[in-house]
Design a protein around this ligand. Sequence first.
Ligand SMILES: Cc1cc2nc3c(=O)[nH]c(=O)nc-3n(C[C@H](O)[C@H](O)[C@H](O)COP(=O)(O)OP(=O)(O)OC[C@H]3O[C@@H](n4cnc5c(N)ncnc54)[C@H](O)[C@@H]3O)c2cc1C
Length: 486
Amino acid sequence: MARRATIVGSGPNGLAAAVALARAGYAVRVVEASDTPGGGVRTAELTLPGYRHDVCSAVHPAALSSPFFRAFGLDRIDWIVPDASFAHPLDGGRAAIAWRDLDRTVAGLGADGPAWRRIVRPLNRHLAQVVEFTGDQLLRVPRHPITAARFGLRMLQLGTRAGRGMLPALRTDEGAALLTGVVAHANTALPSAAATASALYLVAHAHSTGWAFPRGGADAIAHALIADLAAHGGTIELGHRIDDLSALDWGDAAAGDLLLLDAAPRLVLTLPDVPAGFARAIRRYRYGPAAAKVDFALDGPVPWTHPDVTAAPTVHIGGSRAEIEAGENAVAAGRVPDRPYVLTVQPGVLDDTRAPAGGQTLWAYMHVPSGSTFDATEAITRQIERFAPGFRDRIVDSRAMTAASRHAYNPADIGGDILGGSFTMAQAFRRPVLSRTPWRTPMRGVYLASASTPPGPGVHGMAGWRAARLALRDAGTPAGLADLFG
Ligand SMILES: Cc1cc2nc3c(=O)[nH]c(=O)nc-3n(C[C@H](O)[C@H](O)[C@H](O)COP(=O)(O)OP(=O)(O)OC[C@H]3O[C@@H](n4cnc5c(N)ncnc54)[C@H](O)[C@@H]3O)c2cc1C
């Protein structure tokens, strides 16, 4: 009889692990709390009929470079790769645009153009090397030390007060804001070296593979993975939330059965016989502030003052670097900012499947303290209106999801933290425990496979793949991506 693999959670990491293990010959069962599979890659009519909104992730820079997705087959999804990776409107009708074409971006940034090129060029030229050393646990000698050193130096120069003071890089409002809009994805106190590292990774993608997203919605990613899982005999059980792993029949570790958790790592503590040291380390793992999201149904495109902002599906809102940093620091200190940083995605500028003819959807969230019940509709509307007067009149419906309800929607999003754990340098190494193999637990057959393990948040499937690969190695049947997908 085939060995069994039970996976709790059907997010992109859980599904990546499921697909890999099913292809390796395991009888795979995925157990999912929600009535719809996909975790962070779900799309639904959250407002009016015909308006399809991405419930969690909307744009997927990390998928296109992910070794897992590349082996799985990127062509199984209809990706839209925008010419403009992201835009950043500023007061006075100004805007900075990160075009996929680096030269065009440099030309648009004026005095900061050469600095932007110096920051990006060594990284986007060697994107595979950047992905290699950021895509694994960090307790190792990097395979490409020169690229890693360049990355580290830029991180310190741009992401610390000392670095900025000694070697100022971006001096204009446009250049500084363009970078800060990406740094702020990390939802942490700024400036931050860890947040800057994640921004450098994303900016390198912006000027190489691009910030792509699937036509039709993020759920296309889940559908592709689930179809492959089904083709290899795997099943998904929906509406089955696991609060106590000791009550779950996942088989017999001694017989080679596996349990993988695409869930909050603390769930592992409900197993019997967890060694005290490991339990302490898991309890020490920290979660960060949260996201409060609003999905808008519009009767036309967002009326941005600067026309080029319409070219970019992803738009970072919040004004200058100083203003964004103040807002993010307020959140880190437990307050809801008056003028928040807002991440928006307008997929309809390139994808006409998201809304009935003439309509548009807008996906937006701001950062708020953990567990907040703040409804972000008015705060987000006000910030967008600042750079797109008339936006308010385009809204035909909206739906808010507070940080508290996000946690109820996905038990892995503790307190509404959508990054699977707070984004600090310490936790870049200790995710969720300090180990060269953080996916493996001390309990035989049990692995952690979620965004709370390296390489962290984002839709790349790599945490799931690394957990599955380690499980296969431990079982004495090592397999690489090429063995399973070649
Ligand atoms: C609002 C929002 C916006 C985002 N935007 C982007 C973006 O644009 N681009 C990007 O790359 N990333 C984005 N992310 C992050 C990205 O979605 C996540 O990093 C990614 O989905 C993590 O994948 P995962 O498989 O580890 O976990 P998840 O996708 O969170 O999936 C975990 C799954 O496990 C289930 N589960 C958890 N606990 C249990 C349990 N106890 N019992 C049963 N089932 C359980 C959950 O219901 C969920 O379906 C966003 C996330 C959110 C929430």
